[in-house]
Ligand binder design. Structure first.
Ligand SMILES: [Mg+2]
Length: 384
């Protein structure tokens, strides 16, 4: 079996509402790169990359990518380097990709995902089995409230909870008073039992501001606080002065970052997902390293469509330490049954079937590979 053909697409899928966070306030979600790989014996695998130009590491350590750079890297550098290789040899494939392109994990992740999809289809096994087996069959959904007025957040959170969500994630970081008020009102008006997590996306301007906001939010009960500000050393200064655990996301791109975070006592949790480390292969390695350092992970991401979401759900199923509620969307193509608001960010999808949402959890698709059927008509409809 050899990798023989590669096609890339740039797509844009309509949003349910404008979804924002502190480092992404203007560009809409859903502008993603999609890759279709094929082998010489006709097996097809799919990958997706929700690359964003404003999404990089702390202090410019890692650069933003876009669907355009992802397609360029794949077409002009990465695929030519792996064409003709056996898709089962995942370690050598990554080694080859890393030799021809430094960095650019979002481009490598799209190929890695498609390669795992092919491997699974060739072996008739789900991708989670190729990562070591399944610890669970889905991930608890944290419904993400983008940065919106507090009233609008409360209104949406009430519907999401009525539809079965058990955890709310608040995007914060731009307005300290609003961020405290939001958590206070969620606790009072939505439910005493919902779990609340907050994500500042590096938005706070100082250690003292991050500490003040988080301590005030702790009065109303938060599970943990994600990346309130930039840089591992400042995260450590915040961690020292608050009670809740800190999750690193923008500060955790590589194995070296995780070792540094641990050394500084900067984070107890890591946001781990397929794209940021450069694919499922590296994500599994990073999560295992985090586990060895007694850190738990969530399955984060960038509001993937069905292809990337399936990959994240297979990853989350296979990680013993992926125990935290995560912003895995509830994939639901137009016209399919499912929630209207809970875990829903798009009005349509590029896969044919909705993912099951049961007991506050989104279940990974069953079947070989990623377990999804991609609707090529939808890819064409939403191509840019
Ligand atoms: Mg985050």
């Amino acid at each position: 079996m050899k990798l023989s053909d590669c096609t890339t697409f740039k797509i844009s899928v309509p949003n349910r509402r404008h979804h924002t966070w502190a480092s992404k306030m203007s560009t809409p979600i859903g502008h993603h790169a999609v890759v279709r790989l094929e082998t010489n014996d006709g097996i097809v695998g799919w990958g997706e990359s929700p690359a964003g130009e404003t999404w990089g590491g702390s202090d410019m350590r890692y650069y933003g990518e876009t669907p355009e750079t992802v397609c360029h890297m794949i077409n002009d550098h990465l695929f030519p380097a792996i064409k003709g290789m056996d898709p089962v040899q995942i370690s050598t494939l990554h080694n080859r990709m890393d030799k021809v392109v430094k960095g650019n994990p979002y481009a490598k992740a799209a190929l890695d995902m498609a390669i795992y999809d092919i491997m699974g289809k060739a072996l008739d096994r789900p991708v989670c089995d190729l990562l070591g087996g399944d610890f669970r069959d889905g991930i608890e959904v944290a419904h993400s409230l983008g940065i919106m007025p507090v009233d609008k957040c409360i209104e949406e959170a009430k519907i999401a909870v009525d539809e079965g969500v058990l955890t709310i994630k608040c995007k914060t970081g731009l307005d300290a008073n609003r961020d405290v008020e939001l958590v206070r009102r969620l606790r009072e008006e939505v439910s005493e039992t919902i779990k609340i997590r907050v994500d500042g996306n590096e938005g706070y301007s100082s250690v003292s501001e991050a500490v003040r906001v988080t301590k005030a939010q702790e009065e109303y009960g938060i599970m943990f606080c994600e990346q309130p500000l930039m840089g591992a050393r400042d995260l450590a200064r915040v961690a020292d002065r608050i009670d809740s655990p800190i999750m690193a996301d923008e500060s955790a791109w590589t194995m070296q970052d995780i070792i540094e975070l641990d050394g500084l006592n900067a984070a107890q949790y890591i946001s781990c997902y397929v794209t940021k480390p450069g694919g499922l292969y590296r994500a599994k390695q990073q999560a295992d390293l985090a586990g060895a350092l007694h850190m738990s992970v969530d399955i984060g991401g960038s509001i993937e469509l069905g292809i990337g979401n399936a990959a994240n759900l297979h990853l989350g199923s296979a990680l013993p330490n992926a125990i935290l509620p995560s912003v895995c969307p509830v994939t639901k193509p137009k016209g399919c049954k499912g929630p209207e608001i809970a875990g829903i960010y798009y009005l349509d999808d590029v896969v044919s079937e909705a993912f099951d949402f049961v007991g506050g959890r989104v279940l990974r698709p069953k079947g070989a590979g990623l377990g999804i059927e991609v609707d090529i008509q939808k890819i064409k409809e939403y191509s840019l």
